[in-house]
Design a protein around this ligand. Sequence first.
Ligand code: PEP
Length: 231
Amino acid sequence: MIVAGNWKMFTGPDPRALADRIAGLQGVEAIICPPYTELRACVDAGLTTFAQNVHWEPEGPYTGEISPPMLLGLGVHGSLVGHSERRQYFGETDIDVARRAEAALDAGLRVIACVGETQEERDSGDTEMVLRVQVGVIDDECGEDDRLVLAYEPVWAIGTGRTATPEMAQEAHSFIKSILDRPVLYGGSVKPENAAELMAQPDVDGALVGGASLDIESFVEICEAAARSRS
Ligand code: PEP
């Protein structure tokens, strides 16, 4: 099981205090995705550290971006790509996301690639079509790479307090794996109160946690639920 904490554009917990709390956990890998300015501190604290995004070129005129070799040079282990906030607010397309993923994997980074439908798409019965396109493009570029993990994050559940039911998550994860057979994390308002039932689903291989990862106690409780879910 994997539990990844996406701190978004927030200052998260103290990296050393967090590293102390998760050091003894068995059966779960904790990954921290802090803002760029906290990457070094998280690496130095011994945390498995991912960036929140990564560009496909090793260098170039791409103001505001960061490249795979730059992240590797900092000791960073991987990167998120395709988070819905990148797609929604910064216009990233399925192709952009797949290119970012492919370049990061080729450079030796691990990748968590996020996919998920909007409320409108779910309401109009288009969830599977959206997932087929988003996952299909990632599959075309990356294939079943060992360092690739997917995250199913229904957009309507991110930061809203609304969570997919365990059955909805299971259905989407199983569909995603039928296209690209890699581990799939669930993301969207995961909290200590709902983590266990989500991670009890056979195709839910962990969680991508936003808001609740900013609090050490909540994040550790979710990691503990993940560890218990397969023991
Ligand atoms: C996220 O940012 O990936 C996320 C799932 O956020 P939240 O847990 O706050 O919904």
